[in-house]
Design a binder for this molecule. Structure first.
Ligand SMILES: [Fe+2]
Length: 243
């Protein structure tokens, strides 16, 4: 079995179903310039793409055990529970993940929170894995770099704001660099798996600050985790999300 076949099989086994049937062979989080958008375009049944890079590829920022549990268990569970939530909702099965999350307020009461939590979890982690993919640009370029300079003054100021939002997020949540409809960038936090998509903003950078993202290596030191992850960002993925 070649490496891609192995990755597809392992990811499928992790969630106990044929998770990758709706994806083309090139879809993995190692191809960050397309995969986050691919996930937002998915419809029921939703599938978990493989990482496509080694679990230890982001060490020392993210240790292999955390990477494995986070992708193969936590993210997989969001996908499984999103599918469970929609299995009897035939009217919603034709909607893309992007449509579900940006239209949360229009969903039936009985399914809205399940989509908010598990659909948000699927979308948010899809961006995060691409932002961690190794061998990407170590600094922003092009239109994203220009927008960061315009709205923050420097890349360092932007990442400092992302760190502050991550530290300031009480309990579980995310730190975000988002783009509004006019192209303006800002930094914000969100609780749980809430996504800026629901507020009409496009996520450009998303840093998971749930303890499951860092506790095995960093314990209570969220600040050290944020420094490490913000220093390891794949800016190609951010640039693709901004464009
Ligand atoms: Fe997470």
């Amino acid at each position: 079995m070649d490496r891609r076949g192995f990755l597809r099989t392992s990811a499928g086994a992790a969630v106990g179903m044929t998770v990758l049937s709706g994806l083309d062979a090139g879809t993995a989080f190692a191809s960050p310039t397309t995969v986050a958008d691919d996930v937002l375009s998915q419809k029921y049944p939703f599938v978990l793409p493989p990482l496509g890079y080694a679990e230890n590829a982001v060490e020392p920022a993210v240790d292999a055990q955390t990477m494995s549990i986070h992708h193969d268990k936590h993210h997989a569970t969001y996908v499984t529970n999103l599918n469970k939530a929609l299995e009897t909702q035939s009217a919603l099965q034709g909607k893309t993940l992007r449509e579900l999350l940006s239209g949360l307020a229009t969903l039936p009461d009985g399914v809205r929170n399940a989509v908010r939590n598990n659909g948000g979890g699927h979308a948010n982690h899809a961006l995060y894995w691409g932002l961690l993919a190794p061998n990407g640009a170590k600094a922003p370029s092009g239109a994203l770099a220009a927008a960061i300079m315009r709205d923050f003054g420097s890349v360092a100021a932007c990442t400092a704001a992302l760190k502050a939002a991550g530290l300031g997020q009480f309990g579980s949540g995310w730190s975000w660099l988002v783009r509004d409809g006019g192209g303006k960038l800002s930094v914000r936090g969100s609780a749980n798996q809430d996504t800026p998509l629901t507020d009409g903003q496009r996520p450009v950078v998303g840093v998971d600050v749930w303890e499951h993202a860092y506790y095995l290596k960093y314990q209570n030191r969220r600040t050290d985790y944020l420094d490490a992850v913000l220093g390891a960002l794949n800016w190609d993925a951010a640039g693709a999300a901004y464009a």
